[in-house]
Design a protein. Structure first.
Ligand SMILES: Cc1cc2nc3c(=O)[nH]c(=O)nc-3n(C[C@H](O)[C@H](O)[C@H](O)COP(=O)(O)O)c2cc1C
Length: 387
């Protein structure tokens, strides 16, 4: 760290089979160096290696291999990886079978704990995938937590285009063949590499890293930000409401069951409020931010997600909205008549918004000052960055 507390030394670790991760690492490394950071970039080389071409059957085998959460040993890394102390670590790698690819799994579990990091070191995860990155992120979070590290920010870069052509294009690239009906379908096939928008996201991530504000600049995949009307509400179709409610109806009972069975099957839920906290943190926050097209990872992002969630039932207005601090005052809640303030604070809304903060930015904090359920005129909900 320099005297202003800004990161100066970054370790960029990547694994890439078909080249997207390598391209990302190249852009990130260049940008970070240009802005004065010292960068050590390391390509993970599995031992024995995975090599192209990979035909369809072998892809299935590798998918199963990745999907079992297996690591693949690596060739030894350059000595400076262990000698230097880093302020930022970036892990770039593809999803295989909904998991980090085996070389990254091995790195995160076996090698990362032996790397020297400064006390305030940030860890950034960049995922390349066809479509499915949430489980990958969740698992990396778990692996990093074993070394006492948290994911400070992440970027998930899906392949361009739509299915099934996207799937065919990836499979063909792995087999190093032309995709089927390439000539006939022409431009309908999506380009293989990174889109302009994704390159923009990588640049934003790099500037966030050099400014010491990683959380601010990361995003999942494309899409414009949705309009928030009059600081009050989003337009949400009935179908969208139904899918959200259906997911809650399916996931929350499952989490309650896992909580009850915590003596038999270990879970990170320790208190009843953790059910809600975990649900929002691991299952809902990212889906909502992606749906809203929210790029930032700040107080405003949390407020937008809260407004979306509460649009289903409550009425309220945002009275303060900056990236550092946001306030929303809610005048009507259908549950206020029969819930106690303690229930809202400890089981429902308190843990839910703490989970939202944890998902968005470790520096974000939730404060709930007044409660409709406690007899106040309004519920006042605040999100604030700690620094
Ligand atoms: C063996 C294998 C398994 C894969 N499994 C998944 C998966 O479960 N989910 C997904 O979204 N993409 C999956 N993919 C697609 C890759 O994650 C994606 O193509 C990624 O961009 C490749 O990055 P790279 O070019 O850096 O290797 C898989 C690819 C391979 C080779």
């Amino acid at each position: 760290m320099d005297e202003k507390g800004i990161a100066v030394k970054a370790l960029v670790v990547y694994y890439s089979l078909t080249g997207r991760g390598e391209e990302i690492a190249g852009i990130l490394e260049g940008e970070l160096r240009e802005s004065g950071m010292e960068v050590t970039a390391v390509a993970l080389e599995p031992d024995p290696p995975f090599a192209l071409p990979v035909k369809f059957l072998k892809t299935l085998m590798l998918t199963a291999y990745g999907g079992m959460g297996m690591g693949r040993k690596l060739k030894s890394l350059p000595p400076e990886v262990y000698e230097d102390e880093y302020d930022t670590v970036v892990l770039i790698g593809p999803s295989w079978g909904f998991h980090p690819a085996p070389p990254m799994t091995y790195f995160a579990r076996e090698i990362l704990p032996g790397i020297r990091l400064s006390a305030t070191a940030k860890t950034v995860v960049v995922i390349t995938c066809r479509r499915y990155w949430r489980r990958h992120l969740k698992l990396l979070r778990e692996y990093l937590a074993r070394s006492g590290l948290k994911v400070s920010g992440y970027l998930a870069l899906e392949h361009q285009g739509r299915e099934p052509l996207r799937f065919l294009a990836i499979t063909a690239r792995l087999a190093q063949k032309e995709p089927p009906l390439r000539r006939q379908l022409g431009r309908l096939y999506p380009p293989f590499g990174l889109s302009e928008e994704q390159v923009g996201c990588i640049h934003a991530l790099a500037s966030g890293m050099t400014e010491g504000n990683i959380g601010r600049s990361v995003r999942a995949s494309g899409g414009k930000e949705r309009r928030l009307y009059d600081n009050q509400a989003y337009l949400i179709s009935t179908q969208e409401k139904m899918t959200l409610l259906a997911r809650r109806l399916a996931t929350i009972p499952y989490l309650i069951l896992r909580y009850w069975l915590r003596g038999l099957i270990p879970t990170d839920m320790k208190e009843p409020g953790d059910i809600m906290r975990k649900y929002i943190r691991d299952y809902e926050a990212e889906i909502i931010l992606e749906r809203l097209g929210v790029v930032e990872r700040d107080a405003a992002a949390a407020m937008k997600a809260l407004t979306y969630m509460h649009n289903l039932t409550t009425k309220g207005e945002i009275t303060e909205m900056t990236s550092h601090r946001c306030v929303r005052r809610e005048s009507h809640c259908p549950a206020a008549g029969f819930l106690t303030q303690g229930f809202c604070r400890d089981i429902l809304s308190g843990p839910a918004f703490r989970g939202l903060c944890e998902a968005i930015n470790p520096d974000l904090e939730h404060i709930h000052t007044t409660y409709l359920s406690g007899g106040d005129d309004v519920c006042e909900l605040i999100f604030e960055m700690r620094r």
